[in-house]
Design a protein around this ligand. Structure first.
Ligand SMILES: Nc1nc2c(ncn2[C@@H]2O[C@H](COP(=O)(O)OP(=O)(O)OP(=O)(O)O)[C@@H](O)[C@H]2O)c(=O)[nH]1
Length: 396
């Protein structure tokens, strides 16, 4: 019996060992499978966060490739947020801005006409009154020669044609309009010939509003569905380049730029090359206008123009003048016109000056038309110059 009991104990012991080992083996293989499953689990993070959620229980779900981790990389890389698409403005059309800006022009310029009409409507137009009329015109920056001409013509006509209020207004309007010269061609040459882009070079002293004007012209062109590239050749001041880049972003226009201090001519060259390559309609080139001396300016602008013309002819050279600077502006205008062939004038800040007479003076001085006027700091506050509307604004 004792011998039998020993056998039973031995068999039971062996069975126990077998059961324990089996359980251990089973759980080992289970752990390995779990381990395998971990390896094929989709990685968290990465581009998957942008993809639709994946159903891992599906048999046909593709297994993700093993993730490789750079030694220094964070364990769970954070996906940077996708950059928001920049908002693109819809610039105001030229027609709509004209209506809006006419009122602003009347507000800033109307005093001249009102003053003149009050003087011309006096019962007796004696010498003192004519002197006051002269002073009023000179104060509005019309310039000496045009003032004398205008006074002569008014004297003659009012003596002959009568001096009722309606007559006086009509005569004054006609004579002012003649001085502003409605016959000048004020169209902007923004298109090139033979498939070349139009090249508009914008010059003027710093602070006159050049960069702002380049941005505003880009908006006018974009509102007419023209394709534009801008060249930030004012490499002297990094902020000017940044400023232009912001204008470009707002209307989805590429801005060609170089590091601060780059040769402006190389930026201008690159801008025109890019414009040609992309087949755009117009390239606008902003320049630096340090007026430290005429020779330096001549060197710089002359080179910019020469280099551009290796690629395409310059179709328009716009001189930007600040209307509030009066006679100083005239001196600048003279210097620039000796350095480059100015083909049009942009008169900025007319909203902040009652001296609209500068239009007459500068056109006379340079023999080129005012083509655009700046009437505020708003993005669409630039309007094509219209002689008739301007004269009406002068009369208030
Ligand atoms: N009120 C008014 N301000 C204007 C007008 N045009 C430009 N300005 C302002 O004039 C200032 C100078 O303009 P900018 O375009 O920086 O002048 P800039 O000639 O390019 O000068 P740099 O960038 O230094 O070369 C800015 O504050 C403009 O907002 C305008 O028509 N009316």
């Amino acid at each position: 019996m004792g011998y039998f009991a020993d056998w039973v104990l031995l068999v039971v012991g062996l069975l126990l060992v077998a059961v324990v080992s089996g359980v251990a083996l089973l759980s080992g293989s289970r752990r390995r499978r779990d381990g395998d499953t971990d390896e094929v689990a989709p990685p968290s993070g990465g581009t998957d966060v942008l993809a639709p959620e994946r159903d891992d229980t599906r048999q046909d779900a593709p297994s993700a490739p093993p993730r490789t981790v750079e030694p220094d990389a964070p364990a769970a890389p954070v996906e940077p947020e996708a950059p928001a698409a920049p908002e693109v403005d819809r610039p105001e059309s030229a027609a709509s801005r004209l209506v809006r800006l006419r009122q602003r022009l009347s507000r800033s310029q109307g005093a001249l006409g009102k003053g003149l009409l009050a003087l011309l409507s006096r019962d007796r137009l004696d010498e003192d009154t004519w002197e006051d009329i002269e002073d009023t015109l000179l104060a509005a920056d019309i310039g000496v020669a045009p003032t004398q001409e205008l006074v002569e013509r008014l004297r003659t006509r009012l003596r002959v044609e009568g001096s009722g209020a309606a007559d006086v207004r009509a005569v004054l309007k006609e004579e002012l309009l003649a001085l502003v010269d409605p016959g000048m061609d004020r169209r902007l040459a923004v298109s090139g010939e033979d498939g070349q882009p139009g090249v508009v070079l914008v010059v003027g002293v710093n602070g006159a509003g050049k960069t702002t004007t380049v941005g505003k012209i880009a908006r006018i062109l974009r509102s007419e569905d023209l394709a534009v590239v801008m060249g930030a050749a004012d490499t002297f001041r990094a902020a000017a380049v940044e400023q232009l880049a912001t204008w470009g972003e707002r209307v989805d226009v590429e801005v060609v730029r170089g590091p601060e201090g780059t040769d402006p001519a190389s930026v201008a060259f690159e801008a025109v090359r890019t414009a040609k390559e992309k087949g755009v309609d117009t390239v606008l080139v902003d320049t630096a206008g340090r007026l430290q001396n005429k020779a330096g300016l001549m060197d710089e602008l002359g080179k910019v123009k020469r280099v551009i013309e290796k690629q395409a002819p310059v179709t328009e050279v716009l001189l930007v003048l600040d209307a509030t600077t009066g006679q100083n502006g005239m001196v600048q205008a003279r210097v620039f016109s000796e350095v480059v062939d100015v083909t049009g004038i942009v008169l900025t800040k007319l909203d902040g000056s009652a001296k609209g007479g500068i239009v007459v003076a500068v056109q006379r001085e340079l023999g080129v038309p005012v083509k655009l006027v700046g009437l505020g700091e708003g993005a669409d506050d630039l309007a094509p110059f219209d002689a008739e509307a301007f004269t009406e604004a002068l009369l208030g």
